[in-house]
Design a protein around this ligand. Sequence first.
Ligand code: TLP
Length: 361
Amino acid sequence: MYESSKDANSVTAAVDLRSDTVTRPTPAMRRAMAEAEVGDDVYGEDPTVNKLQQRAAAIFGREAALFVPSGSMGNLLAIKTWTRPGLEVICEQRAHVNQYELASMSAVAGCMPRPIATQDGILTWTMIESMLRPKGYHYSQTGLVTVENTHNMAGGTIYPLELAEEICDRAHELKLPLHLDGARIFNASVALGKSVKDLTRKFDSIMFCLSKGLGAPVGSMLVGSRDFIDKAHIYRKMLGGGMRQVGVLAAAGLIALEESPKTLHRDHENARHLAEGLSKIPGIALDPKNVVTNIVIFAVRGTGKTAAEISAELGKRKILAGATDKYSVRMVTHCDVDRAGIDRAIAALEEICKASHRTHA
Ligand code: TLP
């Protein structure tokens, strides 16, 4: 495997833009992990986990929170807790719960996704309302609405607050619960200049990840009412997610929660810089104005190569990126990539595209 650019601090190290999940724990996190006070969390006796859960609940202004091994498990626990088998879950078509959780909402929770395709990943109440099932014996009924903010595969797009709140208000009038996949809600918070508490106050449950932009090595949090968290806790154990002396991970999570939001703006600036650089390359299509957080997705059809071919070429130059479909490449900025790394990525793609134009000329 490649070294990360920060580790080696040399031009030959890889710039890993595949995801913000690839970050390594900071020295402060490693120290905290080594020194963490621990206990058996299945008995509720790990003081560091308890502290992390209390802090997360306080930051979101909720009664309780639960430390979970992954964002995927957090989403699944929420779906399982809010629904019963046979119900439908309304979500955006490219949402993580729909495309990247291995159909767990069906395989484990017994629910059907009811996906809505959008351009920018942002649902409106009008779209959701048209997907609600009429009451009766012919249709499975709607059990839950899920929203993803920021929206990963739409390029880190953000819900306007009024729009998200309208969805919550109208769904609540129909007694429908709302779950927020807020894997990157801190990115939305920094971009909008609003607290995560204000952005999420009308959702019934929230999942956010410590292990993405916030830079912790492992873990996500589920946040909500005491009653919701108590139920989700049972499902976490049922799915084998009861962890023992896991304070060693929670210790890194606490630092991620307290410290990392302060520096996320740099990732956003780097993403915008990357988008601006890429948009000037002939054959690459994207509008830098749409890049508002840390995710840059661009079309490569005009280069005459597929996204997989472009990613392979980038890999040879030690720039790591991922194809999201045949002609789209995703690059995600994070705390282990600096401005010099971003400039290397732009230069590498320029070189690849120039060579490709020569071949196709
Ligand atoms: N996203 C990963 C991949 O799985 C696609 C990534 O590299 O972006 N919700 C959202 C919006 C996510 O982007 C992800 C992970 C998750 C949930 C799941 O988190 P984990 O990977 O911790 O299960």
